[in-house]
Design a protein around this ligand. Structure first.
Ligand SMILES: [Fe+2]
Ligand SMILES: [Fe+2]
Length: 146
């Protein structure tokens, strides 16, 4: 298991926490499949990793869209800033998958998941998602709080 759900920061909106838990399940599943592929380097195992990654990417698109739709609906002032972080993350996810498919670099993918991704996810939840969920819940934006 790469990420323990108990260590995931919680935000004020349960619909967001639920999606984050799903995300963690999918990432853990992907990580297990990558470890299997490192153990047994077959074409089939590589395809299993690619499918799991694609599944994670699709889930992330809808994870981010769910937050963005609600930000638009409730007129969240720093919408563009939050959406910008999502877009950068998706772009990096696509680049990492491309690189893995072309170069078959398992250690690169492994360290991306273990370091970059975990750091990004925890940091994003603790900052953007936390502030946004608080706004959804209370109508208080970080701008109007000052
Ligand atoms: Fe999120
Ligand atoms: Fe977010």
């Amino acid at each position: 298991m790469l990420i323990n759900k108990d260590n995931l920061p919680l935000v004020a909106e349960d619909f967001m926490n639920d999606v984050h838990y799903e995300d963690v399940d999918i990432i853990n599943d992907l990580y297990e499949k990558l470890l299997n592929y490192i153990d047994a380097e077959t074409k089939e195992n590589k395809n299993i990793v690619i499918d799991a990654y694609q599944n994670w990417y699709d889930h992330t698109v809808s994870h981010f869209k769910g937050e963005e739709d609600k930000m638009i609906e409730l007129n969240f002032p720093p919408y563009m800033m939050h959406k910008g972080e999502h877009e950068k993350c998706l772009e990096q996810m696509r680049q990492v998958l491309d690189y893995f498919i072309k170069n078959d670099d398992k250690e690169f993918l492994k360290s991306y998941l273990e370091l970059d991704l975990i750091n990004w996810l925890v940091n994003h939840i603790q900052t953007m998602d936390t502030v946004t969920a608080m706004f959804f819940k209370t109508g208080m934006s970080p701008c109007s709080a000052h």
